[in-house]
Design a protein around this ligand. Structure first.
Ligand code: FAD
Length: 414
């Protein structure tokens, strides 16, 4: 039976949903989470950023995550032709955790949901939210696994439905993304990597030598496997063959160092494609609902920022929501959307600069200034909300100046 007098109903039990539920429950709020699927279930988004460990800690889930046997991660490596550069998150400008994990999301998302349940959160699986009514007290129409429908009322709705984008679809909040359509093809491989120089503690981002708008991820797990993916405009992928496996393998062949690294690897499951995942919305929150994580804006996977943004959004939204539930007034635009978008917009600057190749020029530049590298490293570690970092607070201007500097010194090496 569905509890009455609910403070909050949350759509989806991915990272943003489980974390938000845990934070609200710990503040004594009555929460119900409705999740369409049964866990464990596959999800993309496997490389975390250290910044999200702060939110995991807030939710009292740090021990569970630390003890789960996930692959340790301490940085990011980038490869372009024969240029190879690494960022060690220990060497960053912002204080805060400098390590994190690379996770199979089936296992990670189940762990977060299980931990929230163990804390006392009510999560119901196999429950699909189909309709919403905001004319009075917020109300959801839900279909259970037997196909029966029922209604749930709560003071507030958090939409943590990820690419399901439940409220944006039902309330017509969807807007075109500022980024062009790209597509990702990905799989898990038994990697059999023997190269002693390969650093399993870092995500490897490789650039296609013939076309720098095409890039690959290689995310090692702790069990001898890796997540492997390629991102490109859909037409460029389609030209590579008739099926996703052929397209991915042909793309990998075009990047000699990645191809060499994976020479003994075996694809474990058929490749999957996600196309046109970048998304935007007109309203992030009102006094009746807020969009968390991917249900709001999703940019691009290149900096592995998705789960970090999802968790930060949960943390920010819960702070405002506690105030509202306790009778204080909340300006959702100013108190939630604006601070969240600060970080999202920082990532946007760097995503755009990745695809126009300016950011690539910066990271592959030979003589990097250590202080500047620390500030850039902070952003790659997820600290995109640190206004003391000039590469956050004035990201566009600072990055432009830096690119000019790199271009000048590349032309006139001293
Ligand atoms: P999700 O994790 O998607 O969870 C949403 C949940 O809501 C799901 O369990 C779903 O079943 C449920 N749901 C959906 N509809 C309904 C409904 N109607 N009723 C009830 N429940 C519903 N991020 C990273 O941090 N690192 C990466 O390396 C990374 N790589 C990526 C690569 C690609 C190609 C893409 C596209 C994204 C990547 N991301 C990455 C982003 C990451 O996948 C997401 O940002 C992250 O999963 C968002 O979490 P979430 O909690 O918002 O939603």
């Amino acid at each position: 039976s569905i509890p009455d007098n609910l403070d909050v109903v949350i759509i989806g039990a991915g990272p943003s949903g489980s974390i938000a539920a845990s934070l609200l429950h710990q503040q004594g709020k009555k929460v119900l989470v409705l999740e369409k699927q049964f866990f464990p279930r596959f999800s993309i988004g496997e490389s975390l950023l250290p910044c999200c460990m702060q939110v995991i800690e807030e939710a009292n889930m740090l021990d569970a995550v630390n003890n789960a046997g996930f692959q340790f991660k301490n940085g990011a490596a980038f490869q372009y032709g024969d240029r190879y550069t690494t960022f060690d998150f220990d060497d960053k400008f912002t204080t805060g955790p400098s390590t994190t994990f690379q996770v199979e999301r089936a296992k990670f998302d189940k762990l977060l949901a299980d931990t929230a349940q163990a804390q006392g959160v009510d999560i119901r699986f196999g429950q699909t939210v189909e309709q919403v009514d905001l004319s009075a007290t917020p109300r959801l129409h839900v279909r259970n696994e037997q196909g029966k429908t029922y209604e749930v009322n709560a003071q507030y709705i958090l939409d943590a439905s990820g690419f399901g984008r439940v409220l944006p679809r039902l309330l017509d909040l969807e807007r075109p993304s500022s980024l062009p359509t790209r597509s990702a093809i990905f799989t898990h491989v038994e990697d059999n990597i023997t190269d002693a120089n390969f650093d399993r503690n870092k995500i490897l981002i490789s650039v296609n030598p013939n076309d720098p708008s095409i890039w690959y991820w290689l995310i090692p797990f702790s069990n001898g496997r890796c997540s492997l993916g390629v991102v490109a405009e859909p037409e460029k992928l389609a030209q590579q063959g008739d099926d996703f496996n052929t397209q991915l393998l042909n793309m990998v062949e075009q990047e000699p160092s990645l191809h060499k690294l994976l020479k003994n690897s075996k694809i474990l499951n058929n490749c999957n494609e996600l196309k046109g995942y970048s998304a935007n919305i007109s309203t992030l929150a009102t006094d009746k609902f807020a969009l968390l994580g991917n249900a709001g804006e999703f940019l691009d996977p290149v900096f592995s920022s998705g789960v970090t943004i999802a968790m930060q959004s949960a943390s920010f939204a819960v702070k405002s929501l506690i105030k509202q539930l306790n009778g204080e007034s909340v300006d959702w635009q100013q108190d939630y959307a604006a601070p969240l978008m600060q970080g999202v917009n920082t990532f946007r600057t760097y995503v755009q600069a990745w695809y126009d190749t300016h950011f690539q020029q910066v990271i592959f530049h030979q003589d990097s200034n250590p202080k500047i590298k620390q500030m850039i490293c902070s952003i790659l570690a997820g600290y995109a909300w640190d206004m003391n970092n000039p590469y956050v607070s004035q990201s566009d201007r600072r990055l432009r100046t830096l690119v000019e500097l790199c271009q000048e010194t590349a032309l006139n090496p001293v």
